[in-house]
Design a protein around this ligand. Sequence first.
Ligand SMILES: Nc1ncnc2c1ncn2[C@@H]1O[C@H](COP(=O)(O)OP(=O)(O)OP(=O)(O)O)[C@@H](O)[C@H]1O
Ligand SMILES: [Mg+2]
Length: 212
Amino acid sequence: MIKIRKLKFAYPENKLVFNGLDFQYEKNQKVGIVGPNGSGKTTLFYLIMGLLKPQEGEIEIFNKIRKTEKDFEDVRRKIGFLFQNPDHQLFCPTVAEDIAFGPLNLGKTHKEAREIVKKTSNLLGLEKYIDRVSYRLSWGEKRLVCLATVIAMNPEILLLDEPTAGLDERSTHKVVDYLKHNDHSFIIASHDMNFLKTLTDEIYLLNGGKII
Ligand SMILES: Nc1ncnc2c1ncn2[C@@H]1O[C@H](COP(=O)(O)OP(=O)(O)OP(=O)(O)O)[C@@H](O)[C@H]1O
Ligand SMILES: [Mg+2]
């Protein structure tokens, strides 16, 4: 589903983050990515989502080479990305509107979107939050709402950037429970090895610009 070949990427005026990265992700895989701070986990997700463009190399997603903004619009409809920082994900006045935003954008009616908000908030135990103002939630509450906004789009693959960072035990358990009991394909970047061991079949190490 995702094939990355010989990827080179550097931020402007910075050293190379990736210098010939190869990575392959197949259908139904449950994959974890670990790596030290600054090793490029978030950058890799941004490149897959087309939020950054590589200087060299090839990104093939769903059997198509992706280069232009238009190529990535299609990717963003099918791959759900949980940002590491929830303030990059939430921008509507209320939680319900944030969760409904993606489905409405995909062409769902308001009635369908309301059903999706209800179902998704139930799945993550967020019912009592749906009328709250998104930016006034705590960090952990925001992160669960962000996960709801991603799941609401019914993506084919989830890319989750540190989904449990800043979550207490109960909220972490909610995330584990949801991912365990729902049939998702996913790539999770995390520093929480126990969390990854519980959920994934394979764990890759990203270090020195390469995946091991
Ligand atoms: N916008 C930016 N401009 C310049 N350099 C950046 C930018 N964002 C990240 N970097 C640099 O790119 C490298 C990779 O960063 P990235 O955020 O992908 O790492 P990470 O593995 O996700 O780290 P963490 O575990 O802390 O989340 C780091 O050296 C970082 O300083
Ligand atoms: Mg990161």
